[in-house]
Design a binder for this molecule. Structure first.
Ligand code: ADP
Length: 544
């Protein structure tokens, strides 16, 4: 899985968990809040209903209940809502407080201030036919009490408290001294309704259940003037509606924040672990520990980075090793001619050998070899660093092969080797003519050097599959199969002692290979020990 995808998925997991936690916390805290409100409502609903009912009975009206509701709502920190049976709102504490209505949490509770007349059958047998008169009296007293109380409430006077009499009708204790104005109004109302009351009770004369009929008549007549029954609803408990939602939200946001911070920190830690080990490895590498490697896991970008790091470290280690080998090789190569020169010079100094023409000639050759090694080393270093300057032109490779043959004819004749060329030109190539002559020269020199007198060296130039081929074939000593892979290595010689004697630096083929590669060419060798070798270089042919 790619690094980017992993980061994406892990962040997604953190986001989903955080969102889930928010939802869970919000739901849980809101549910707790509502449950608390419901418990509060259950505890208070009976008290509040009784307070409202007492108010309506004492005042004969619901008018003015709002102040009482306000006080109660403030005391309980709860919404109180009174609605009549037609659904009309009589009072709502949240409306009064001009705030957003909190949700209702209790079922409706009926608040009925109207009394039910309670007639004791035993009592009634004692009074006999006077029961109608008793009902009329109770009705009259109740009407007068209600109208009087309503009137007093209207004029701003607190009516006297009422208590149910022996028939359950709320009346002022001891009859109650009523202020003059309202007494008159109460009497008027009673006067006005008396006839109706009487007619109503008369309908019960023939009723099968006389008492039940009278109780019904009382209720119906009272309904015409007594305060109506209301439904009481209680709402959520809280200081305000915003806090009701804000608290769960705040808690949820806090939880999400904590979760997100912890989650992101864990993700960051998990993600940065391989980067941290890479940083530590880079430091070790920079401190010279070239064998430092990191463990590579996964196929993602970080895994790829780790593999690249290991490749880079391996390349650095390889380069350092090569440099050390080169230095060791150079030291080794220079030591032999230097020792020879030193030995002869000491012998001359000590008078052990007499100075002679041959001796100076030999010393001169040794120094020349050192000089050649140093020149070749410089060429090789420049070529490998890509700093060898090439003056590229288009020229004919076949012609160059012919030129090389002519240049080496004298040496070939001197060595008794037949040197011929088969060049099928023109073979136009693009490159540095001098450097490629150097390559061919090196191949021809080697071929002549390792071919005994009587042998032959053939140079060929021909096109093949769109490439120009230059070939140097000899009938020399050949190269053993196990040695073939080493011929292009620095300072490699099949027979170090003999080859040094022939004046070779052991760098010729290494330089030749680098120059050929720099010309987008290839160089290869096939050889049979004791029969001869063929070195073949190829270059791209340039278009007409
Ligand atoms: P040198 O300058 O010593 O010849 P080279 O890099 O040119 O170095 O060659 C490396 C070695 O490859 C030689 O020392 C020799 O052993 C072997 N070699 C190169 N060319 C031939 C050849 N034509 N026949 C046999 N051996 C060869």
């Amino acid at each position: 899985m790619s690094f980017r995808l992993r980061v994406f998925l892990l962040t997604l997991v953190v986001a989903v968990v955080a969102t889930g936690a928010t939802a869970w916390f919000s739901l849980r805290i809101t549910a707790q809040q509502i449950e608390r409100s419901q418990q509060e409502a259950t505890r208070h609903v009976a008290d509040i209903a009784e307070t409202a009912r007492t108010y309506a009975r004492r005042h004969g009206t619901w008018a003015g209940i709002s102040r009482r509701v306000e006080t109660l709502a403030a005391a309980n920190k709860q919404r109180i809502r009174l609605v009549n049976l037609d659904g009309q709102v009589i009072v709502d504490s949240d409306n009064l407080a001009r705030r957003a209505a909190r949700p209702v949490v209790s079922p409706a509770t009926l608040v009925n201030p109207r009394p039910t007349l309670t007639l004791d059958p035993k009592e009634l047998t004692k009074i006999g036919a006077k029961v109608d008169a008793l009902v009329l009296n109770e009705l009259a007293d109740y009407r007068r009490t209600v109208v009087n109380a309503r009137c007093l409430t209207d004029v701003g006077v607190e009516p006297p408290p009422v208590t149910p009499d022996q028939y359950g009708i709320p009346l002022p204790a001891g009859g109650g001294a009523l202020p003059g104005d309202c007494t008159a109004q109460a009497d008027d109302a009673q006067q006005y309704a008396r006839e109706g009351d009487y007619s109503a009770t008369r309908t019960c004369t023939t009723a099968p259940d006389h008492i039940a009929c009278l109780v019904q008549v009382f209720g119906d007549r009272a309904a015409t003037f007594a305060p109506e029954p209301l439904q009481l609803y209680l709402g959520a408990v809280d200081d305000d509606a915003v806090t009701l939602l804000a608290r769960p939200m705040m808690a949820a946001v806090g939880a999400v924040l904590v979760l997100a911070v912890i989650g992101t920190a864990l993700v960051a830690r998990y993600m940065s672990r391989p980067l941290r080990s890479l940083t530590a490895a880079s430091r070790r590498l920079a401190d010279g520990h070239l064998d430092t490697r990191v463990t590579t896991t996964g196929r993602d970008e970080v895994g790829e980075l780790s593999r690249s790091f290991n490749r880079m470290a391996a390349a650095l280690e390889g380069a350092e090793l090569a440099q050390r080998r080169l230095l060791a090789g150079v030291a080794h190569e220079l030591r032999t001619p230097m020792s020879n020169v030193l030995g002869y010079l000491e012998a001359l100094q000590d008078g052990v050998v007499p100075p002679s023409r041959e001796l100076f000639g030999s010393l001169h050759e040794e120094v020349q070899l050192q000089r050649r090694i140093l020149d070749d080393l410089q060429d090789l270093t420049l070529a490998e660093a890509g700093h060898l300057a090439y003056r590229r032109t288009d020229f004919d490779l076949a012609e160059l092969v012919e030129v090389s043959r002519v240049a080496h004819l004298a040496v070939a004749e001197h060595g008794g080797v037949r040197l011929t060329a088969e060049a099928a030109g023109p073979l136009p190539v693009h490159g540095d003519q001098d450097r490629l002559r150097q390559v061919l020269g090196n191949l021809v020199t080697n071929a002549l050097r390792y071919t005994d007198p009587g042998g032959s060296v053939v140079l060929r130039a021909y096109p093949l599959h769109g490439r120009a081929i230059a070939e140097v074939r000899d009938t020399g000593c050949g190269i053993a199969p196990q040695d073939l892979p080493h011929v292009f290595h620095r300072f490699w010689r099949a027979d170090p002692a003999r080859d040094r004697e022939t004046g070779g630096s052991g760098l010729g083929l290494t330089i030749a290979r680098q120059i050929v590669l720099d010309h987008a060419g290839t160089i290869e060798v096939t050889s049979t020990l004791g029969e001869g070798s063929t070195f073949r270089v190829t270059f791209p042919i340039v278009g007409p």
